[in-house]
Design a protein around this ligand. Structure first.
Ligand SMILES: [Fe+2]
Length: 163
């Protein structure tokens, strides 16, 4: 299985730790890559009174999320792993539900994204603990940075629904 492929590396983390992290990172890569394409889906298809604000917000979020995709994939390969990051690989491994095609009006897209960003935020937070317990402080640090951002994006989206 590709996610378990490890290459010879001079990185000093023990192989079992690297193997564990490669699996963890590839799972989060799949989720994040799926979240990226779904955020673009919202960016393209949103309609209604708040069109321009939401169209631009969704694009900003997609731009941030694609950065996490790259960082997570590169951490995987730094550890000697094989990053499983094509659209098909990501879609088949993602824990995020498919985007609702019935969403049209702004708040329908916001609700769909809140649900998905909150799920990914929860899973990234859980991954921090897994990386810490495994003994990979750098993966934990990368995930912590992403987690802090994800909490912010959940807020940015959810604030539309809180008043
Ligand atoms: Fe665009």
């Amino acid at each position: 299985m590709a996610t378990l492929t490890t290459f010879k590396t001079s990185n000093d983390l023990p192989m079992d730790v690297r193997g564990h992290m490669i699996t963890l990172l590839n799972q989060n890569l799949a989720d994040m890559s799926d979240l990226y394409s779904q955020t673009k889906q919202a960016h393209w298809n949103v309609k209604g009174r708040n069109f321009i604000a939401l169209h631009e917000l969704f694009d900003k979020l997609a731009g941030e999320v694609i950065g996490y995709v790259d960082d997570i994939a590169e951490r995987t390969t730094e550890l000697g792993g094989y990053a499983t990051g094509t659209n098909r690989m990501s879609a088949s491994a993602s824990r995020v539900s498919e985007y609702p095609t019935e969403a049209v009006e702004g708040m329908e897209h916001v609700s769909a994204l809140v649900e998905r960003y909150a799920l990914v935020a929860k899973n990234v937070r859980a991954a921090i603990n897994i990386a810490t317990e495994a003994g990979d402080a750098d993966t934990a640090d990368l995930l912590t940075e992403i987690s802090r951002d994800m909490d912010k994006w959940v807020w940015f989206l959810e604030a539309h629904l809180q008043a």
